[in-house]
Design a protein around this ligand. Structure first.
Ligand SMILES: *[C@@H]1O[C@H](CO)[C@@H](O)[C@H](O)[C@H]1NC(C)=O
Ligand SMILES: *[C@@H]1O[C@H](CO)[C@@H](O)[C@H](O)[C@H]1NC(C)=O
Ligand SMILES: *[C@@H]1O[C@H](CO)[C@@H](O)[C@H](O)[C@H]1NC(C)=O
Length: 379
């Protein structure tokens, strides 16, 4: 054996010895950040109540198959920095919040500006990078955006609470505007995700899907924010296989929105199903499909194809929305030729959207620009 080969063999061997040992069948307990390194060597991790020091991430890098049990509330001390405040990664994880709270101390940051100015706010507050299940967790008072989800394999998030309701009121720094801003509930650029049976009270999108396939959002209640959004869509992304059903949207700017950037190119939004959603007290629109983001109903771009079909937009059972008296029921603002039906699924009426299952009451009719294919719906 040449000395080079021997050295290489030794290096490989020592790497094996030095590699992290397989997690043990033990229970690790976390009562401060100092406990994390040892606790994640176990496949059961219990979290007690404690305060995470300012400017640090509570980072759980878990062994595959770990079960996490929250047994107390976790509070994050305040500092102007980027965050995230909490991050969890691992495969086939069972994360049981048991109703306990991650408290982001939002009121100490809120100034009505969110990510657009003022102090730097940790965002997202919660970075979820696990597959498996994540349930029964409450997030209280996020500084800005709440969940960013990038699961490595299928993940179900359920029975969650996001309570940023205190951010609805102005404070001394917010110039009369709601103090909470950019408090998106879930920002999602991922595949194979279910979010269900959760309650989100915030001041921005309840859900924002930026890209991804096979995403289900169902049985959720959205209060106070900007509704359930696909977008804003940038260049070179695909959104498809999206199911948004049986959600209850209360007092949001709109219930359902697809927003694509005016400048975006080479992207598609296809196979989106809305069914059984209800909305009340909608402040600006019932449904808004707009290709002029960041404007609202500005000059649309035509680099993104929104291609949804008869069977796939507003499926029965009916979607019932009630908008406020000064709001518009439905507004559609497409780039020239950019909104189209899904021809394969529409043998009878190619290129059309069948909206017979959409019922919107209150307010006034909104504009329908650059698309004449909406069938079985008049406003
Ligand atoms: C969500 O709610 C539905 C309807 O109540 C129920 O069938 C389902 O099991 C719930 N999911 C979870 C994970 O609790
Ligand atoms: C549309 O999306 C649903 C839900 O993800 C999926 O089951 C179905 O196969 C998709 N249909 C097409 C034509 O891609
Ligand atoms: C139709 O879309 C094109 C861009 O694709 C845009 O320039 C035009 O202004 C749109 N028409 C109207 C009436 O907005």
């Amino acid at each position: 054996m040449s000395s080079f080969v021997r050295l290489a063999a030794l290096l490989v061997f020592s790497r094996v010895l030095l590699a992290a040992p397989a997690a043990s069948d033990c229970t690790g307990t976390i009562s401060s950040l100092d406990d994390v390194d040892d606790a994640v060597k176990c496949t059961t991790v219990n979290i007690n109540s404690f305060t995470v020091p300012a400017g640090e991430t509570f980072n759980l890098d878990l062994a595959d198959g770990t079960t996490v049990n929250m047994q107390g509330d976790v509070t994050f001390a305040v500092k102007d920095w980027d965050g995230p405040l909490f991050q969890v990664s691992g495969k086939s994880i069972t994360f049981n919040g048991n109703g306990h709270t991650f408290d982001g101390n939002g009121p100490s940051y809120w100034d009505g500006l969110g990510g657009n100015g003022g102090v730097t706010k940790p965002a997202p507050m919660m970075k979820i990078k696990i597959s498996g299940t994540y349930t029964n967790v409450k997030v209280l008072n996020s500084p800005a955006r709440v969940y960013s989800v990038s699961n490595p394999a299928p993940l179900t998030m359920s029975n969650l609470v996001i309570d940023d309701s205190a951010g609805d009121a102005p404070n001394s720094k917010s110039d009369g505007k709601p103090a909470g801003h950019n408090t998106d509930g879930f920002d999602v650029s991922t595949n194979d995700l279910i979010i269900e049976n959760s309650t989100i009270h915030n001041q921005d999108d309840c859900l924002a899907i930026n890209k991804g396939t096979n995403i289900v959002f169902q049985g959720n209640t959205c209060i106070g924010g900007h509704g359930i959004s696909i977008g804003s869509i940038s260049s070179d992304v695909t959104v498809s296989g999206i199911v948004i059903q049986n959600n209850n949207v209360q007092n949001n700017d709109q219930a359902l929105r697809i927003k694509t950037k005016a400048s975006a190119t080479d992207s598609t939004v296809t196979n989106v199903t809305y069914s059984g959603n209800v909305g009340t007290g909608l402040r600006q629109f019932g449904v808004l499909i707009d290709q002029s983001y960041p404007d609202t109903l500005g000059t649309p771009g035509n680099g993104v194809t929104i291609s949804v079909g008869t069977l796939h937009l507003f499926q029965r059972p009916a979607l019932c929305l009630t908008v406020n008296s000064d709001a518009e029921r439905v507004a559609v603002n497409c780039g020239s030729g950019s909104c189209t039906g899904q021809h394969l699924l529409q043998i009878l009426h190619p290129g059309t959207w069948d909206w017979s299952a959409l019922k919107v009451t209150g307010g006034s009719a909104g504009p329908i620009v650059n698309f004449s294919g909406i069938k079985n719906f008049s406003q």
